[in-house]
Design a protein around this ligand. Structure first.
Ligand SMILES: N=c1c2ncn([C@@H]3O[C@H](COP(=O)(O)OP(=O)(O)OP(=O)(O)O)[C@@H](O)[C@H]3O)c2ncn1[C@@H]1O[C@H](COP(=O)(O)O)[C@@H](O)[C@H]1O
Length: 103
């Protein structure tokens, strides 16, 4: 399985785990709003590195963003498979076409 799928499964396995045993479980224990706040923080850190043009730090922050996105989704019982299905639904339709079709 891909790294992201493995990570999603690991994150799912932390639901209900002892918060002292795991960063992920600690986030879940704080609630979905906190998980969303943390995702936002990491997204801003990635934006800063992208603006600065620091490739190495952008790679690291992007990994933080993907991890915290998966935590935020899992906190609301949204699966990676559901997001992939949405991306598959969009495949082949240009963003320009999609926007124009909204009327
Ligand atoms: N990919 C990650 C991952 N990315 C980031 N983090 C943690 O997210 C936390 C981010 O907290 P902070 O924002 O305070 O730290 P920071 O952003 O690095 O630094 P600041 O600039 O924000 O201060 C740190 O503790 C990181 O270690 C992660 N913690 C876990 N994982 C993965 O999730 C798995 C399960 O982790 P546990 O649930 O902790 O066992 C691990 O095996 C990893 O594969």
């Amino acid at each position: 399985m891909s790294e992201i799928h493995d990570l999603a499964a690991t994150i799912q396995s932390r639901k209900g785990a002892d918060p002292d045993s795991s960063w992920t479980a600690k986030l879940f224990a704080k609630g979905p709003e906190k998980c969303a706040e943390k995702f936002g923080e990491e997204a801003i850190e990635a934006i800063i590195e992208a603006v600065k043009g620091d490739r190495a730090k952008l790679v690291s922050e992007a990994a933080d963003v993907i991890y915290h996105l998966l935590v935020m989704l899992t906190a609301r019982d949204v699966t990676l498979a559901e997001v992939e299905a949405e991306l598959a639904r969009r495949a082949g339709t240009s963003g320009l076409e999609e926007k124009a079709a909204r009327g």
